[in-house]
Design a protein around this ligand. Sequence first.
Ligand SMILES: [Zn+2]
Length: 262
Amino acid sequence: MPDWLITGCSELLTLRGSVPRRGRALAELGLIRDGALLVHGDRITAVGPRRRIERLKEARRAEKLDFGGRVVLPGFVDSHTHLIFPSSRAAEYEQRISGKTYAQIARAGGGIRSTVTNLRRASSSSLRDRARAHLRQFAAHGTTTLEAKSGYGLDWKSELKILDVLHQLHQQQPLDIACTFLGAHVVPPEFRRRPDAYVDLLRAARAHGRGSPGDRAARRERRSPRKGGRRRHTRSRTLKCRLHFAAGLLLSPWSRALCSGA
Ligand SMILES: [Zn+2]
């Protein structure tokens, strides 16, 4: 893989710093006019004013890429997506605007549970094709890394179908995808009258480490290591809990039970 010297950055935004910016610091972009970058493999090894970067020894033997006076900035990170879903529920927005509550829409067969029903029926390839189109949109708007969660399957087969599709997409296209297992998104319809039983099921899976997308990914990668030495996309063997906030949704007691459980 060649080294790259990237020039022609009329404004280069480094956003340099070790902590997230807050308040006034948000206006400080670490801006370098007429900046340049030196890239080795998949790492930026030098950044600064063009005249300084061009004089570096490594810059002289690097391939040159001139951006022709564009603004250059780090890719956006989208920390919360539900990338894999079977069909749009945009029509429900119209119902909400016209005064229906989420509970009324759900009772009429809409809401998350309708997505769950459709996702269970959907093929992996249709889910993958839909997600791929959305990933192209993410890329067009500057997002290079995104978190994506399961949680529309709510049974093992369907949750793993989602996680497998996410893992495949991570490998097959340039955006980085960090998977989250969200088996406790909502209580699945077949457990509606006994949510504790679903918590027990998830706990049992957690105890066996089956819920981790990294588990399956790691097993598969051991069988067929990826070419090109790209970073492995695996996670620990145990489920870690993260809070998931959605409009009008608080973490329900049974979700808390799962997170705080043994
Ligand atoms: Zn969400």
